[in-house]
Write a protein that binds this ligand. Sequence first.
Ligand SMILES: [Zn+2]
Length: 330
Amino acid sequence: MDNRPYPIFLYATDRLIPRVDVHDPQFPSLKSQRNSTFYGYQGELRADKYLRRMKLPEGAIVLHDLTINILGTDRVQIDTVILTKSVAYILEIKNIYGKLELMNQPARLKRTTGDGKVRIFDSPIIQLEHAIDALTYWLFMHDIQMPVKGAVFLASRNVEPLFPGGLPIHLVTELPSVLRKELSMPSTISAQTVEWIASALRRQEDTFHPYPVAEYFDIIHANIYTNSLCSDCFGLLLTETNRTGTCLKCGKRQWIPFIENLVDYFLIFGQSINNVECQEYLEVSRSKSTDLLSHPYFISFGRSNAVRYKLNFSMLRFNVDGKLLLPPFD
Ligand SMILES: [Zn+2]
């Protein structure tokens, strides 16, 4: 089972939030999209924990965060799919707390919290059906016959589901017992085919690419703080020299985290940068800028007299706390 990658969108929004005034008209939308990504990711991690504890059938492959693009329809996001020789089993994980009820016509999910507040979400049953349909169609187009099934798993510890019986909705704690039953059917395809499906699905490109996020959230560049953030707490860094600074939030004195700040440029402000723009953005010399841009997180393109750099998104690695790791990796 692969480790679930840390969501880049969560990192990008966590780097943008401290740089934006809380009174900015776009701040509520930024904060709410950040939070839903955060809670979704936490729910998926909780499901992964149960998945790791159980023994999956031999040759089973677990894939995370897939996007299936099918002509004529929207892209369909699949959080987790377990591929075995008998079935492709989709886990739709929902980390929503409170009292949950399904509404019909239109199908929605209604959540009521302890203080009586109501919020409406998309129906997880409909999302599950879309995912099953998309994967069924994708397999059909690749001439593979195997059943696609799945269920919704509720990952919050403080959830009170009020659903009619017979629906494929379970608590995440039930994951092992549900899977033991659902994955124990006779094989229909070979182990090689399972591997082929896994590698082909991994190659499906994610078309969700909301970078730079300042544009995605429609926040004016002039209203975004561009100096470095603290390498520990993402607080604003008060720079003392061109090499060191002190965090205004946690007080830590540190080397200026230039690479993190340069990665932020591509996540937040612009798709590409040249050496001169980089010198201005980071307030560094030409030689320092050249040195930073040669880091493996960045790729150069264009002719020698007009070289520009962009971010190598697929290289980005984070630890579980959402800190950017700096290559070389061991
Ligand atoms: Zn700090």
